[in-house]
Design a protein around this ligand. Sequence first.
Ligand code: ARG
Length: 599
Amino acid sequence: MSPREGRGQGAQVGTLRGMADPQEVLSRRVQSALGAAFGPEFADTDPVIRPSQFADYQANAALALAKRLGRKPREVSAAIMEHLDVADVCRAVEVSGPGFINLTLREDWIADQTRLLLEDPRVGVPVQERLDIPLDYSAPNVAKEMHVGHLRTTVVGDSLARTLEFLGHNVIRQNHIGDWGTPFGMLIEHLLEVGEESAEADLLTSDPNAFYQSARTKFDSSGPGADDFAARARRRVVALQGGDEETLRLWRELVGLSRVYFNKVYAKLGVTLTDDDLAGESTYNAVLADVCDELEAKGIAEVSEGALCVFLEGFIGREDKPVPLIIRKSDGGYGYATTDLATVRHRVEDLKADRILYVVGAPQAMHFKMVWATARKAGWLPDGVEVTHVQIGNVLGGDGKILRTRSGAPVRLMALLDEAVERAAAVVAENRPDLGAEEQAEIARQVGIGAVKYADLSVSHDTEYTFDFDRMLALTGNTGPYLQYAQARIRSIFRKGGLDLSSPRGGITVSEGAERDLALKLLEFGAVVEQVGALLQPHRLSAYLFELAQTLTAFYEHCPVLTAPTEAERESRLALVSVAFRVLVQGLDLLGVEAPEHM
Ligand code: ARG
């Protein structure tokens, strides 16, 4: 896909957009030629600008248009050429092959555009028209595992939040934690047994999964007696749902302890979620009956085998039986589907959403489809509101199965992050023995955490990937450390030259091929960020930053910076790498990856 596609989301208010990005500029110029050549109805035809092997770009519009116009592609190209006004942008324009128009940019134009980036605090990223965007991500479960799957929805969701915010939108973070439901009966009983002040209760703030497992074990091995653990746990669920004060107090305590744990993980990860973003399942308790009543009154839900269900067209299961969306169980309880119907209604009606995003595991795709179809029927989700499930693929272990510890337990997130930092510390100690212990530790933290996050963000969010410390911590390849190193190297160039990174001003020329390549790459940044916002795919930004880092490596090989042959070249190259520095740091920040001083 070209960077042009998927740009529909959000018109831009900024004026810089299109000034810097060559594809955008060429698109507009070719479009006006199309309008002039074939009539105004052709002025918004996709000019199909693509990177070219033989020039910088090629416009392929003639091929698609030939059919529509009933003319030969080469004739169409010739007509476009006649009206194409790009003399200030291109130094060569030629028709080639069956009718491609090859476009080669002028070096002075590239230099001028790059100078605009140097002066632009947003390094070419436009400000779009502000949309209200509730963004559902992270959403771990209270007193339960926070596993690598949650790591991924957290990291991808946070990167989307940062990117959409940077593009000018009002992102409303919604952390839909699992803080309600039947497991709370056994969890509360377990809390009572171990005592609220015990070391075991402390587990909730350090290893909630262990707490959950011991409650589970008790529950499963409990006898059948009326006063046995399981029986008490069941009674506790009823008390919780009935609003019993003491039970609610204990429940609040459990949730509070888990929150401490979530916040520890978020702080370690450098994730932007705060307590203000919590909007867990329990938030919707008061409206669930109403959700059901309204659906029943509208004839959308019906009682089937005692449960209140929605049957939707197109959702057919085994033996051709329709799959129901159960919104009230036969025992009167509400479930995950009811709560999610409430989230849609709330986000549209109260949060005034223009666009709603759910960053959640791919296995829940069917659930969301059914919930949204129901919400659309109920009139809670108008056509104008775009709703997207950003599907998150599994994180696998070396054995190709979902990542687990040797004993089969889910991997503890904290332990995983600590191990990443430890491993990074070993690398830093080896490479930078000259740095003090404190500084080494800080770099190790930035590199270790950055590596884990980047590994998540460098692959398409809906595919599986294998968790591999050695690969993610490598200093070469598409890794966090490689990109962190790319920006640290620029810092070190400026340090060596006794210069300030913000000092270069103007004087950019592009004469060497490597300078030209670097400048062109820098001009793409704004378009890539826009694309991430539209398509919700942070891995495109990762791929771009990786390409930029590689372009920089090639640039250094051919173009010494501090020891450039002339003072003018030195100035220009310093300016170029300072733009590259800002693009790298800004890009990494949008991914939520820190940029170390030294590496
Ligand atoms: N707590 C759920 C889980 O761990 C994810 C919730 C996602 N958000 C939502 N609105 N359903 O799978």
